[in-house]
Design a protein around this ligand. Structure first.
Ligand code: UT7
Length: 335
């Protein structure tokens, strides 16, 4: 039997229209454009508009673009895999809301979290369903509204300046073409570091109700991050998981056409670029424009890279991510 593979046949993204520059943030907290650019590379990010944008609505817009680019009808989608840590409801997940918006009632949907590695995990799940023959067309999405979670006071400035809102999507389709396909995906996690970057509340394992006046007063619904611990692990794991994908396919960093890393911090990307000895044209960064959009960052970056002609048939493209959990993951694609 001819083996079945999966290929990416369509990409799309959506970002809210409101641009928040670093200078804009100085209205809320004691920070500066110089500090933010020097420590993170970020110049601006997008924040959603209440009443206009929702997590699922942004994902729907990104998905429609990916569906159009793939040249398919939405009704040929067999499965949705949706990554987010900022869902519209506590449950059910935003995949249900997007499925409804796309008019795809009845098809399977899977909601996952997996934080900044969410999109690569979702892509891997989709790839396995296609390779097994169970589904032929899978819509993979990463979407985040972070701005309503952020503590925009001085207390939260170490976190608030980094994150932004947006959504990205990809259509994966079954193929027998060994020369244009996802070559492999590699997934990792280490729960020993769960509390290095997390949101504690609301959680179920509480005395009494899961949200009380005390929980609100404690402020543990804010994002808590040990920035330097995340940074130190990220630079090691990014390089490791990229090398793992190349090694698994008998390839080397020289063979790479483009690395699309999760947009966490420009200093992390620069460090990984240096470790892998990649020239500037072999790495894609757009954190300057959008900040860190967690599960949405890779599909937004990949779509922009594609639109700019930096991803062409035959190219070897590596997607790599690291984030809360900790999680880290990569996907190697022969475009
Ligand atoms: O996708 C995974 C998501 N997370 C990450 O990738 C985060 C990885 N970590 C990082 O990117 C960096 O650790 C940060 C950008 C978050 C922080 O950079 P840093 O170089 O580790 O700074 P720091 O937290 O050590 O803070 C240095 C100083 C502190 O002041 P003192 O104690 O030296 O006087 C902070 O209070 O900078 C201060 N600071 C700020 N100043 C201006 C922290 N946040 C800000 C701010 N504006 N927004």
């Amino acid at each position: 039997m001819t083996p079945i593979y999966s290929k990416i046949s369509g990409l799309g993204f959506y970002v809210p229209e409101t641009i928040i520059t670093n200078d804009d943030l100085t209205q809320y907290m004691d920070t500066s454009d110089a500090w933010i650019q020097e420590r993170t590379g970020i110049k601006q990010r997008r924040w959603f508009t209440y009443g206009k944008d929702t997590n699922a609505g942004m994902a729907t817009a990104a998905s429609r673009m990916a569906i159009d680019q793939a040249g398919i009808s939405a009704t040929s989608v067999d499965l949705i895999v949706y990554a987010t840590i900022t869902p519209d409801y506590y449950f059910p997940g935003s995949a249900f809301l997007m499925q409804r918006e796309l008019g795809l009632e009845g098809i399977a949907v899977i909601d996952i979290r997996q934080q900044c590695s969410g999109f690569v995990y979702a892509l891997s799940i989709a790839d396995q369903f296609i390779k097994s023959g169970m589904y032929k067309t899978v819509l993979v999405v990463g979407s985040e509204i972070q701005s309503s979670l952020l503590n925009k006071s001085n207390e939260g400035r170490g976190v608030a300046v980094i994150f932004g809102d947006g959504a990205g999507a990809a259509i994966l389709q079954a193929t027998n073409d060994v020369n244009h396909r996802i070559l492999s995906t590699h997934l990792h996690a280490d729960g020993r570091f769960a509390e290095e970057l997390y949101v504690q509340d609301p959680g179920s394992s509480r005395d009494g109700r899961w949200i009380t006046e005390a929980t609100i007063a404690e402020g543990n619904y804010n994002v808590t991050m040990n920035g330097s611990a995340v940074f130190k692990h990220a630079v090691i794991r990014f390089a490791e998981v990229i090398s793992e994908s190349l090694l698994a396919n008998g390839l080397t960093p020289d063979d790479l056409s483009l690395l699309v890393p999760h947009q966490a911090n420009i200093r992390i990307s620069n460090y990984v670029q240096q470790q892998m000895n990649l020239p500037d044209e072999k790495i894609f960064n757009n954190i300057q424009q959008y900040g860190n959009t967690t599960a949405a960052s890779i599909p937004i970056a990949l779509t922009e890279a594609f639109e700019q002609g930096r991803v062409k048939p035959g190219d070897l493209v590596c997607l790599a991510a690291f984030g809360s959990g900790f999680t880290w993951a990569s996907a190697l694609i022969r475009w």
